[in-house]
Design a protein around this ligand. Structure first.
Ligand SMILES: NC(=O)c1ccc[n+]([C@@H]2O[C@H](COP(=O)([O-])OP(=O)(O)OC[C@H]3O[C@@H](n4cnc5c(N)ncnc54)[C@H](O)[C@@H]3O)[C@@H](O)[C@H]2O)c1
Ligand SMILES: [Zn+2]
Length: 348
């Protein structure tokens, strides 16, 4: 049997099911999951070949819509191309969109589903670790603009989230590591079990995902529209966004988050909020996972300048999620520039 988490959102409750082999049961359980009418499985070219075909074979009324894989396609142009495909398939208010793929598919198909005919029923079926523990939960959907990431979006709560951990079997190791960076973030925010290496064994994937999802659920239930504590989910991300930007996006998001988590712990220790040992513990975990521990030469001044453009830094006043200790996040404003620079220099 699968694990089941009920999420209470402002627009009603929905379930997250987490289990091995859920996608193989879609035909049998179509009624239970509300997939008996027209279902448009919306996916990317890589996931189509790996996971969409067996699903479509189980759904007589299932149809496929496709977006090209990769963050560069998380755009309004792709949304528009999806509308065209859905219209051609005759999608109407009775249709369910099953978003099958990583965060790019979930965000793009989710945004299209939020807006097409003022909203279609959306089922999220995340297939990357990152999408399972992060992007498929919480209702944020959207796309990038040339001027910046995630600048256009909506809140669209799914009707159901189906997490089949078997999908992790085909995931390239680099994508597993990227998801683990977010899992470690969730562990530092609220669940020490997530930091244990034993939970990374493939046979414990359901438990790993369930615990990581629960951390996000607990936060978004309390703050669905990101007015206060949802900001905790940005732990390490102020640093990470600067690293991605200054490296010209040569750094992958998860790699940048990894060093960002370390930087947040070091800054917390420097400000006397927590013990220096926390940063050492994080270093050990990142090393075990093959995630980076240093900035690879990126310049502190350039990183600081990139951080200062963060929309959450109200009139240039810095804003960081820091740690009073493990599982004790807090928002700190007005951290002196010199302290941030010192941490960045030490990690260079
Ligand atoms: N909505 C939110 O709250 C939220 C939160 C975090 C991240 N995001 C967004 O998520 C996106 C990143 O998501 P991602 O890391 O899943 O990237 P992604 O969707 O680009 O997937 C990474 C790669 O893995 C491939 N893939 C997916 N599933 C696979 C599988 N099972 N086996 C083999 N290959 C597979 C994809 O085709 C893609 O090439 C970003 O755009 C980010 O902004 C959104
Ligand atoms: Zn992230």
């Amino acid at each position: 049997m699968e694990e089941r988490i009920v999420v209470h959102s402002p627009t009603g409750a929905y379930e997250i099911l987490i289990g091995a082999g859920l996608l193989r049961q879609i035909g049998q359980r179509a009624d239970e999951w509300g997939l008996h009418g027209q279902v448009v499985v919306t996916t990317d070219d890589i996931v189509r070949d790996l996971w969409a075909k067996p699903i479509l074979a189980q759904l007589p009324q299932g149809r496929a819509a496709l977006i090209p894989h990769g963050e560069q396609h998380k755009t309004l142009k792709t949304v528009s191309a999806l509308y065209d495909q859905w219209i051609a398939l005759g999608a109407d208010r009775q249709t369910t969109i099953l978003a099958l793929g990583g965060g790019v598919v979930g965000d793009t198909a989710g945004f299209a589903a939020a807006t097409y005919m003022r909203g279609l029923r959306l089922v999220q079926a995340p297939t990357t670790l990152l999408a399972m523990v992060d992007s498929s939960v919480g209702g944020k959907v959207g796309v990038d603009l040339p001027q910046g990431k995630n600048l256009v979006g909506a809140f669209k709560q799914p009707a159901l989230v189906l997490i089949d951990t078997d999908a992790l079997a085909t995931l390239p190791p680099v994508q597993w590591r990227m998801g683990m960076a977010e899992v470690i973030k969730h562990g530092l925010l609220a669940d020490p079990e997530l930091l244990h290496p034993s939970l990374r064994a493939p046979e414990r994937a359901v438990e790993l995902v369930r615990r990581a999802v629960q951390v996000k659920v607990n936060i978004v239930e309390q703050d669905p529209y990101e007015q206060n504590i949802r900001a905790y989910l940005n732990l390490g991300h102020t640093f990470a966004h600067a690293i991605e930007q200054v490296s010209g996006y040569a750094w992958l998001h998860g790699e940048a988050v990894a060093v960002g988590l370390l930087a947040a712990a070091k800054l917390s220790a420097r400000l006397g909020l927590c013990d220096e040992a926390l940063a050492d513990e994080i270093s050990v975990i990142l090393a075990e996972l093959g995630l980076p521990l240093s900035l690879g030469g990126l310049e502190a001044e350039a990183l600081y300048a990139a951080m200062a453009t963060d929309k959450k830094w109200v009139s240039g006043r810095s804003r960081f999620v820091l740690l009073d200790g493990p599982q004790r996040p807090r928002l700190v404003e007005g951290v002196p520039r010199s302290d941030v620079l010192a941490v960045l220099e030490a990690l260079r």
